[in-house]
Ligand binder design. Sequence first.
Ligand code: HEM
Length: 215
Amino acid sequence: MIKPYKKHYAGRIIILTTLFSLLYAIVRYNIYGGVPWKDLPLFILNKGISLASLILLTINFSLSPLNNLGIKVSDKWLDARKLIGITGFLFAFIHVFMSFSILNPSYYPVFFIADGTLSVRGGLSLLGGIVSFIFLWVYNISFKPTIKEDKKLIAMITSRKFLIYAMIFTGIHLLFMGYSGWLTPNKWQMSLVPISLISFVIFFIGFLINLIGRK
Ligand code: HEM
């Protein structure tokens, strides 16, 4: 039977998050950071897409734990979760492709040492990204109607433990990527916070909400 269509906020949340993330990346890095405009299509777009992905996935993970904590989340937000989660995952997918296509010392000097091989920090950050991506991929399977029959698998994929691990690896990805830049606010262009720090703060708030509120 076809379910009646329920109006929800997914479209608005996705559009606003994406616009904010892309505009912030352009203003922070192209306009004030001196990154050449030729790098807009991939290097800067990748920063915007990865921020949007992180915000959408954090919203997706955090709404029902917030409800559990007694903060009333309206049905228009709760019903938006599925579309927000799928879009967040799609953006992460694009981010992975974009990152690998320009993964070299000229674009990401902190990920490499002088001989062109990965630094410890680069290796740990990339490992965190790859593992969290695999977790997200598996989680995304739970949206597939055919898998829904398998109650045991769904319970495992959507369990508290699984999502907490997925989030921890995203945190590792962000921490090793950005921590050195977070400690030197005097170097931030026009006092604009680096995207990796904004992402880490959003991740950390979402992580705490899930740690306390997820059953
Ligand atoms: C195979 C997996 C992944 C790889 C290879 C990867 C690679 C990268 C690279 C190279 C950067 C640096 C971008 C830059 O500074 O311009 C980055 C940043 C970032 N990544 Fe990933 N990533 C992966 C997975 C993920 C996942 C699953 C998320 C979760 C949403 C994510 C979220 C972010 C965020 C928010 C940033 C910060 C952007 C910035 O500071 O500029 N990444 N990633």
